[in-house]
Design a binder for this molecule. Structure first.
Ligand SMILES: [Ca+2]
Ligand SMILES: [Ca+2]
Ligand SMILES: [Ca+2]
Ligand SMILES: [Zn+2]
Length: 529
């Protein structure tokens, strides 16, 4: 989520999931299949595979996701999902085009790579930039030995900036770059030791008076959700680092519906994250962001006049700014909370790299599920629609009524988002290259032509003059979720998304089904053929 390219934010680092370690029979079986079917995963003798996620379908089909190393170095773009059934290899999802053959002797020293990346970052960095060798294999062209360089600093508003650069180890050219926001520290804060759940009431800014789950600490209550893995909400008190202070309250009624009470935005965030947790669990059978039942930390009142919100994988947490108080209220409404938490889900599954076309697909996936959460919550004061962040405005800047318009992306105020795919879209900011995927999802769910939600016109054009008939948003979201978790890899692009969506639709509804054909028609309608 972000309003401007400069403020965009997302973390991409990944911890090994506990369920995906070697010794797990699904992992061992998939490793055996990789050994026996090296060509299918473009394996080279120097490759090693580290399991990251396991999905087993009701029919016994297994999908094991691996990261790849080459000569011991991480391969960016080398990840693969092995699909099998009954111990038989069925297929593999990957973007690597050929087995790796890379000279592992760099021409450049690590410090020279830092200087090369620093020329792009500028001089306002903090600490010592880190640099390590990787194999960069995101392009279909030859893989390259590269340095992965991290630069941290702050922008002119003192908001943290955290960049990753990929620097060619042969000639110092910056091959790729993306942002990571990583400000929080892990830790439980000063939460009480009680595990007694309590039913509180949140007087929210955007969703009215809602039930929220809290903890009974004896003489007071804390904003920690015992029914959803202990997810808790803290006050960052306008700072930009640390865990913050957990919200406490004497009567278990939180906030007053306005920003005059610091607990109001907290109630919105706590409610939004709980709703997102429930959506994933009840609709997709996913038990929390990492599918391990654990709740996450949400930090509100992040920074000063911060018009953004973000997920950070490093702290397994979300941060929500207060907005500028002029045009934007605190960024804690339902579709934004769902959007940010969905970045966490993406990072634990496909791990779409936040750059190029895969970055646009990452952003779009968060818009899709943020919207699904809004529909799922069914809050009378924030009914479902295909606008993103429409509730955040105190007053509308010229032409803007939402951050994004899924049914017609180019309606975005400055017209920087695009409706139709074109080759080269990957050079746009990820919040604009997300446009065709948002547009695809809307067409798949609702169809083309005139429609309105809650009095807001949602007329959706197609790029090829076709008429698309929607299959309903629940079916569309099922297809998206399966594509994300089973078929996407970190470098999936638009063409790959079309293939993944069709695979997902075939699994769920059958090849040649109405839903399958609608996926093909909706992608064609945004020029992805
Ligand atoms: Ca109270
Ligand atoms: Ca709404
Ligand atoms: Ca919305
Ligand atoms: Zn985002």
């Amino acid at each position: 989520m972000s309003l401007t390219p400069k403020l965009l934010s997302f973390a991409v680092l990944m911890a090994l999931g506990g369920t995906a370690a070697a010794g797990n029979p699904h992992v061992d079986r998939a490793l055996g299949l990789i050994k026996a079917n090296g060509a299918a995963v473009k394996a080279s003798p120097a490759d090693a595979f580290i399991a990251r996620d396991v999905i087993v379908d009701a029919n016994g089909a297994e999908h094991v996701r691996f990261d790849r190393t080459y000569g011991g170095l991480p391969v960016i773009g080398g990840d693969v999902v092995v699909h099998s059934r009954g111990g038989q290899m069925q297929s593999a999802s990957l973007t690597l085009g050929a087995p790796l053959s890379v000279n592992l002797r760099p021409n450049l020293r690590s410090d020279e790579a830092i200087v090369a990346a620093g020329a792009e970052f500028g001089s306002s960095f903090k600490g010592n930039p880190a640099s390590s060798l990787v194999v960069y294999a995101r392009d279909r062209g030859a893989a390259k030995l590269a340095y992965k360089v991290g630069f941290q600093g702050a922008d002119q508003n003192d908001n943290p900036v955290d960049m990753t650069y990929i620097v060619d180890a042969r000639n110092g050219k910056v091959l790729d770059r993306w942002t990571n926001i990583e400000t929080g520290k892990p830790g439980g804060g000063s939460t009480c030791t009680s595990t007694t759940p309590a039913a509180g009431t949140g007087k929210t800014l955007f969703s009215g008076s809602v039930a929220i789950s809290t903890t009974n600490c004896g003489t007071s209550f804390q904003m920690k959700d015992q029914t959803r893995g202990g997810g808790y909400t803290t006050d960052l008190n306008n700072g930009t680092s640390g865990t913050g202070t957990i919200f406490s309250d004497a009567d278990n009624t939180w906030g007053n519906g306005t920003v005059s009470d610091r607990a109001t935005a907290a109630a919105d965030a706590h409610f939004g994250i709980a709703t997102t947790f429930d959506y994933y669990k009840n609709v997709h059978g996913r038990n929390g962001i990492a599918n391990d039942g654990k709740g996450a930390l949400s930090k509100v009142h992040y920074g000063r006049n911060y018009v953004n919100a973000f997920w950070s994988d490093a702290c397994f947490c979300m941060s929500f700014g207060d907005g500028d108080g002029v045009n934007y209220a605190p960024l804690v409404d339902l579709d934004v909370a769902g959007h940010e938490m969905s970045h966490g889900v993406t990072s634990r599954t496909a791990n779409l790299t936040y750059s190029g076309e895969s970055g646009g697909l990452n952003e779009s996936n968060s818009d899709i599920f943020g919207t699904m959460v809004e529909f799922y919550a069914n809050a009378p004061s924030d009914p479902g629609d295909y606008l993103i962040g429409e509730k955040l405005y105190i007053k509308y800047p010229a032409g803007d009524h939402a951050l994004r318009y899924m049914y017609h992306p180019s309606l975005e105020g400055a017209g920087r988002s695009v409706d139709c795919y074109y080759s080269g879209i990957g050079s746009l900011d990820v919040h604009y290259s997300s446009g065709p995927s948002n547009h695809y999802f809307y067409l798949l769910a609702e169809g083309s032509g005139a429609k309105s939600f809650n009095g807001v016109d949602h007329t959706s054009p197609t790029c090829n003059g076709s008429t698309v008939v929607g299959i309903g948003r629940d079916a569309a979201a099922n297809i998206q979720y399966r594509a994300l978790t089973v078929y996407f890899t970190s470098s999936t692009n638009y063409a790959g998304d079309r293939v993944a969506s069709l695979n997902a639709a075939a699994d769920l509804y059958g090849a040649g089904s109405t839903q399958y054909n609608a996926v093909a028609a909706a992608w064609s309608a945004v020029n992805v053929n």
